[in-house]
Design a protein around this ligand. Sequence first.
Ligand code: FAD
Length: 464
Amino acid sequence: MSYDVIVIGAGPGGYVCAIRAAQLGLKVAVVEKRETLGGTCLNVGCIPSKALLHASEMFEEAGHGFQAFGVNVEPKLDLARMMKHKDETVTANVNGVAFLFKKNKIDWLKGEARIAAPGKVTVKGADGPETTHEAKHIVIATGSDVARLPGVEIDEKVVVSSTGAIALPAAPKKLVVVGAGIIGLELGSVWRRLGAEVTVVEFLDRILPGMDGEIAKSFQRIMEKQGVKFRLGHKVAKVEKARAGASVHIEPAAGGAAETLTADVVLVAIGRRAYTAGLGLEPLGVALERGQIVIDDHFATNVPGVYAIGDAVRGPMLAHKAEDEGVALAEMLAGQAGHVNYDVIPGVLYTSPEVAVVGKTEEELKAAGVAYNVGKFPFLANGRARAMRQTEGFVKILADAKTDRLLGGHIIGFGAGEMIHEIAVLMEFGGSAEDLARTCHAHPTMSEAIKEAAMAVAKRSIHS
Ligand SMILES: Cc1cc2nc3c(=O)[nH]c(=O)nc-3n(C[C@H](O)[C@H](O)[C@H](O)COP(=O)(O)OP(=O)(O)OC[C@H]3O[C@@H](n4cnc5c(N)ncnc54)[C@H](O)[C@@H]3O)c2cc1C
């Protein structure tokens, strides 16, 4: 068969690119080797983890939060039902993508793709023969895979990746999480709420690398209050599996005495790596850098007609970044002008409270020599937060000292992942802290704290 576009990989980058290209009148096929569409995100990433985060939060709220509102219940965990909720959520989402493929007349070529030559893709089905297809444009959207700890075998039972951690048959008594990034803290939170004693080991001397330092420090204190233990500045030297569970040997990153932590389950969450195995990129001559496919500003690789997006290329490994790249590339392939603004890509940690960020951190602004003003407002001084007993956290707004243009927004708080978007939209339009401060916000809402933080940039917050 001959197509305008063949997309390899049906994750949020690939499937969204395919749908947009089809909407614009191009003839499109997607090659996906997984049994279902939706990639890492829908099958084993964003969606199932959020289903478990929400469900486990409900369990914890019922056990510890309801009483203060005068609601007395004694919750009993039915983990099998909770997992069923997660699986049903995944099924509904992946089926939704299959429906959208049909609606947009996109062919799903089931199997593993290899790029035989520019314009030629071979597909090897599970047991079927290899078929060859032609395309004017080939889009690589093969995503990423779990980064491994050297010498540590992941069996998805005792030593698990995020994929095993969203499908444990029972809550471990002791969970050691290796890596204090977003995935480790989210899944650590799930199992802590469901009864695990959680210790997070992190090589760096801080959690959430890349996030604003003040936000990371405050959030660490919140997690510690919730019972999570941190061993920062430590590296895992060895993981030894025992008859039940494992011993995790850790030592200070700066050198010093080693220690052993015991665990029923060890979650390796040290990051993800671009996945390009089996695509035939080497004989094709596609340039890679640290495993990622090198692209120009138009998502083009060095081989004409071959493009790449999503986790397989540079930039944050986030589903919405992959999606936006998919849309922009499809529009470019259809002769339009696609665009992604990498300065305004929100990031959310879906814990309780949530952490949501967009734009620059203070550390980045300092390193770039940009003079800035800071405005902060605590949820403790917000009426709605008090009414909901959700007073943890604060909003921090960073604005250019000369122009007042918004440079960054950082929120720890209930619903932060939803609230962050008013800051993102304003940044997209080049708005100022004063614009935000003069926008009428409904009362009583958590969002009023954003307005107050923007007012605090000019030292005129009313409620603090
Ligand atoms: C536990 C977890 C939680 C996460 N939570 C969030 C979150 O809350 N928010 C967020 O924004 N991001 C989150 N992410 C990250 C998010 O899942 C990724 O950024 C996103 O899935 C990347 O999309 P993609 O399209 O680039 O690749 P992927 O989603 O990885 O999809 C790539 C697809 O390509 C297929 N494929 C690979 N090679 C071939 C081949 N040769 N032939 C055919 N098919 C192939 C794979 O089977 C896969 O289905 C999370 C990730 C994990 C692991």
